[in-house]
Design a protein around this ligand. Structure first.
Ligand SMILES: Cc1cc2nc3c(=O)[nH]c(=O)nc-3n(C[C@H](O)[C@H](O)[C@H](O)COP(=O)(O)OP(=O)(O)OC[C@H]3O[C@@H](n4cnc5c(N)ncnc54)[C@H](O)[C@@H]3O)c2cc1C
Ligand code: SF4
Length: 407
């Protein structure tokens, strides 16, 4: 049956199936799954609680370690992280850690559990620029430590790529809204629709500033400049999410790129009713960059995927590609051409911060300006939500350590 863009793609576990799945866990000592989670969510501990039917205890473990636990449950490429080294793989297949985490965090929401309590706000004021996962996690950690935190966000709503990138069928907006509400309940203030272009004022008003602006712009190639048929994948995905899927569709769409963002835009357009979507990737199939889960969803939605070709020319609506290793060319005509070839930041706009090709240079999250710290996609090219959570948490502790040393 054809799935809807507005419905969550992966089925949820039930109380019965979640206990059955947790019962497969080998309760490993020094568990590989827990070591592999960048955010320290501790799957071994919460799975053990589920196994003994202690859903509340499991929710506490997740929430105390990861302020975005129900988001990570949905968007983490678990096959490359916690599930990769799962000892159960030696017997049959890894434990479905992401799905167990989703069940537990859904349970937490369904009974309105309130796990984290706000701190006393007696350590002074901190500003965070950017409300993506890294800014959100940092805000939660700082608030719990006792800081009065304000997040400045240039978009109308907070969330970064969680709100304006990852499609609704993988991350429903109501799940994000609830995570943000939990952070607001910790006393964090959000000022949206407010682009920060100079850090001087914030530096004067706050004890420290955390830059968490992400790589929020899509990359292009000179070849495609000024062609009205070309759009950037992150802009298309943002439009689809903002309009809840109600966008004008073109019949034939060509996507250039083979990563998760390319798969997201391809699957979204197909789900919304686009007749024919083709994605052309530079990488050959053996090194295809998209995660297995996203690749499979794209195939299930009848997207055509061509690997090993790179674009060399565009004339009107026709793109010519050359094969990366064979002497072969390919021409594809489309009504819309979408570039999904990566994202970049515009951190150079802040002249007091040292950066190299969009990546901020940091020492323990501190930038070249001692009052300004940085986190998330702008300090690393890893570009995963769970990495942004880890960096956000660590950056918050780095700020705390710096401010405590100054007292
Ligand atoms: C389409 C798409 C799908 C993805 N899917 C996955 C996935 O399934 N799993 C996964 O783990 N990762 C995924 N990622 C990657 C992941 O979303 C990012 O790594 C993560 O969001 C980075 O977090 P961040 O907080 O550093 O930045 P962002 O999420 O980019 O947030 C930065 C925020 O800062 C704001 N901002 C920027 N400049 C300013 C300014 N000057 N003033 C005020 N605010 C500003 C932006 O508007 C934005 O809200 C995906 C990315 C995209 C684009
Ligand atoms: S590695 Fe797998 S089997 Fe071992 S504790 Fe983690 S989930 Fe359970």
């Amino acid at each position: 049956m054809k799935k809807s863009y507005l419905e969550e793609y992966e089925r949820a576990l039930t109380p019965l199936t979640v206990i059955h799945e947790a019962a497969r866990c080998l309760l490993c000592y020094d568990a590989p799954c827990s070591k592999a989670c960048p955010a320290g969510t501790d799957p071994a501990k919460f799975i053990r609680s589920v196994r003994f039917r202690n859903f509340k205890g499991a929710a506490e473990t997740i929430r105390e370690n990861n302020a975005l636990g129900s988001i990570c449950a949905r968007v983490c490429p678990t096959e490359k992280l916690c599930q990769l080294g799962c000892s159960r793989s030696g017997i049959d297949r890894p434990i479905e850690i992401g799905r167990i985490q989703r069940f537990v965090t859904d349970f937490e929401s369904s009974i309105g559990m309130k796990i984290l309590d706000p701190g006393a706000k007696n350590l002074g004021k901190i500003a965070i620029v950017g409300s993506g996962p890294s800014g959100l996690q940092a805000a939660a950690t700082l608030a719990l430590l006792g800081y009065d935190v304000t997040i400045y966000e240039k978009r109308k709503k907070p969330g970064g790529y969680l709100r304006y990138g990852i499609p609704e069928y993988r991350l429903p907006s109501n799940v994000l809204d609830l995570e943000i509400k939990r952070i607001k309940d910790l006393g964090v203030t959000f000022i949206t629709d407010c682009e920060i272009s100079d850090l001087t004022l914030l530096k004067n008003e706050y004890r420290a500033v955390l830059l968490a602006i992400g790589a929020s712009y899509g990359k292009s190639l000179p070849l495609f400049a000024n062609n009205k048929n070309v759009e950037l994948a992150v802009d298309v995905l943002a439009k689809i999410k903002e309009k809840k899927g109600k966008i004008k569709l073109k019949d034939h769409v060509l996507i250039i790129g083979g990563g998760d963002v390319a798969m997201d835009v391809a699957t979204s357009l197909k789900m919304l009713g686009c007749k024919d979507v083709t994605a052309v990737a530079r990488e050959e199939m053996k090194e295809f960059p998209a995660s297995k889960k996203e690749f499979n969803e794209t195939i299930e939605n009848d997207v055509s995927i061509i690997s090993g070709y790179t674009p060399v020319k565009i004339k009107g609506k026709t793109v010519t590609f050359k094969h990366v290793s064979l002497n072969a060319t390919l021409k594809i005509k489309a009504d819309k051409i979408i570039l999904a070839i990566g994202q970049m930041s515009k951190v150079e706009m802040f002249d007091n911060i040292t950066s190299k090709r969009g990546i901020v240079e940091v020492n323990k999250y501190q930038t070249s300006d001692e009052k300004i710290f940085a986190t998330g996609d702008i300090i690393d090219g890893e570009k995963l939500v769970v990495a942004a959570v880890k960096y956000g948490k660590e950056a918050a502790y780095a700020i705390h350590e710096y401010l405590e040393a100054k007292r």
